[in-house]
Write a protein that binds this ligand. Sequence first.
Ligand code: KG4
Ligand code: ZN
Length: 332
Amino acid sequence: MILAIESSCDDSAICITEIETKKVIFHKRISQEAEHSKYGGVVPELAARMHADNLPEILQEVDCYFENIKAVAVTNAPGLTVSLMEGVMMAKAISLALNVPIVPINHIKGHIYSVFIEKESVFPLSALVVSGGHTQVIEAKSYNNMKIVASSMDDSIGEGFDKVAKMLGFDYPGGPIIEKMAKNGDKNRFKFTVPLKNKKEIEFSYSGLKNSIRLAIDELGENISEQDKKDIAASFQKVAFEHLFDKLRRYFDMIRPKIFAVVGGVSANEYFREHLVVLCLKYEIEPIFAKLEYCSDNAVMIARAGLDAFFQERFVGFEELDVKSRVDLESE
Ligand code: KG4
Ligand code: ZN
């Protein structure tokens, strides 16, 4: 079995997966959403402190598997340095205690592998990573050959959802709340501009759209009603995704991947999934999504990426293992 640890942001998670069958034997995630919600976003030091409590608590539940563990996989980049440290320190301790190698995993690769849980991995593919930290298009030829071909110039799409929710007076994380509000809102009431519509480059931007939302909220002033908020949520959601679709159309016009994987927390959004499937159908591309439970951060995807890395013996020595807050996939 392989034991995997994820602690790059505000989820503390541990997974145990059987190496031969790829079967998930155990997975537990302790989310810190409620604690960070008070501050309107993730507070790194608080996240690290909570990982220091949560990870050992989860680990206690899996000590019965220790004798079967052949490697420990751990997210070591990218993410919040102080949060990543907690997982990496635990991985080092386990490696020493059980005398097993460490497999460092890039969090973004982990998200891509979320579509291969309990399955064989299939390459080549293109992937869209839409999360709290990233909006990226990645071309993946294999585990070792992944290239970022488009990314955001400023905020990520997930941050956009979180900030708009905050402006409307809702808790963190904002994505699920905005999606729910949008269901009963008029998506055509506010005419927000689709970002970078006239630019042919494939890149993303959400800070301008966020500012337009702020202006609309300010204009409504104190008398903003529940229905106004629903309409803003729906109008924002429509344009936020239209921006993705606009750029994806340009991308598919140039490169038509056989498989298009859509991963990360934002990929749980139903409105987005429905429209993306229609777009892919038009281009005769097969869209693949992770199961809803594996869209947001989890250790199952880290274990799954860890399996492919394990078979390639991509181990690092105890001293070499370090955390990186930012890392280019290609430089790995
Ligand atoms: O992948 P993830 O769990 O963490 C990162 O690696 O960043 O993504 C979290 C992000 C948050 O910004 C959250 O608001 C967003 O995913 N999110 C959603 C939905 N569920 C989560 N955004 C839009 N619609 C959703 N249903
Ligand atoms: Zn993530």
